[in-house]
Write a protein of this length. Structure first.
Length: 345
């Protein structure tokens, strides 16, 4: 169950954020571009999506030859949909990515030795890989992903300290090895988990915008390895700068479940309150959070509170087809928990 949850969180959120913020790690030579990217990133991490959209639209208008505005807008579309529990706007995402790829190819055609031009193409293909994975086109996703990684390697070959490449390659090497652990006894299959972690640790030490996303990646890695104290320490580092960000609270909450269950409940309550306060909410994520809280209350012996939460979840109606498809298995687990609690009382 833990592995499924970790990979789900990683694939649906962290991958996007890592690719986006990688473009902000080392300062882009144009100070105005740098300022717009930094501002847009801060808005995105704080879930201020409308403000982030305004910034990246301005970046597109002021620098139409660069693909960064399109990439930023793509990230907003994906992350906002995930945070609010909405279907992805596939047509808009495809349009943004097509435009970003055209711009990236034109820049490469002008100068294929420029490290940023290579990075822009790697970034765009990385998003294509993620989007195609979302739509279930896994063969195309693998092809685009490998193409992206080739260009990240080119960046690293040009500049061994290019932080952006360390983050993307670190994430890939670690999780690829996690997925093929059962094959690492073969002589031609390398276990690159430790290399991936070292890449991310190197990125964390850099004083850059991407530091916080490298931290988030390591938080989930530590959670998957049950190194919860390390995960908590790192997550709190990110939350010191972004105290209201749900992005970082997911990883911290998961770590706290195995260290201090009451603290995890308190944190999940904060997340529920933040959804209520933004006026939009997210039935999917609110149900997930309440289920997590019910599980922790059950372990703590507070069956009454756990049952209340199960009842609240199962009373939610008017779920869309999309919400039902996302929550079907979760709701079955809520019913199972409710039955087991009723038997105990």
């Amino acid at each position: 169950m833990l592995e499924i949850e970790l990979l789900g969180r990683f694939n649906s959120l962290l991958f996007v954020l890592l690719f986006l913020t990688a473009s902000f790690a080392q300062e882009y030579p144009d100070k105005q571009v740098h300022s717009l990217m930094k501002t847009g990133l801060d808005y995105l991490i704080n879930e201020e999506f409308d403000k982030a959209e305004t910034v990246f639209n301005k970046l597109n208008q002021s620098y139409p030859a660069l693909p960064l505005g399109n990439v930023g807008l793509t990230a907003i579309e994906i992350v906002r949909a995930y945070d609010y529990g909405l279907p992805y706007n596939k047509s808009k995402i495809e349009q943004l990515l097509d435009s970003a790829e055209i711009k990236s190819k034109l820049l490469l055609k002008k100068n294929d030795k420029d490290i940023w031009n290579n990075y822009f193409y790697a970034l765009t293909k990385g998003y294509y890989a993620y989007y195609q994975g979302l739509t279930g086109d896994y063969l195309s996703a693998i092809s685009a992903g490998l193409n992206s990684l080739d260009f990240f390697e080119k960046c690293l070959n040009q500049d061994p300290n290019f932080t952006e490449a360390f983050i993307a390659l670190g994430v890939y090497k670690y999780w690829k090895s996690r997925k093929i652990d059962f094959l690492t006894w073969l002589p031609f299959v390398k276990d690159e988990k430790e290399i991936g972690k070292e890449y991310l640790k190197k990125a964390v030490k850099k004083d850059s915008y991407s530091t916080y996303l490298a931290i988030n990646s390591l938080v989930w890695i530590y959670n998957s390895e049950k190194k919860y104290d390390d995960a908590i320490k790192l997550a709190k580092t990110a939350l010191a700068k972004y105290p209201g960000s749900r992005f970082f609270k997911w990883g911290l909450g998961r770590a706290l479940e195995d260290v201090d269950k009451q603290q995890s409940i308190d944190l999940y309550n904060e997340m529920l309150d933040s959804y209520k306060s933004n006026g939009k909410g997210s039935k999917i994520n609110e149900i997930i959070i309440k289920h997590k809280m019910a599980q922790q209350y059950s372990i703590l012996g507070n069956d009454k509170k756990a049952l209340e939460l199960c009842s609240e979840i199962l009373k939610v109606n008017n779920l869309s087809d999309y919400e039902n498809s996302r929550l079907e298995k979760r709701l079955e687990r809520v019913k199972e928990l409710q039955k087991s609690l009723q038997k105990r009382n």
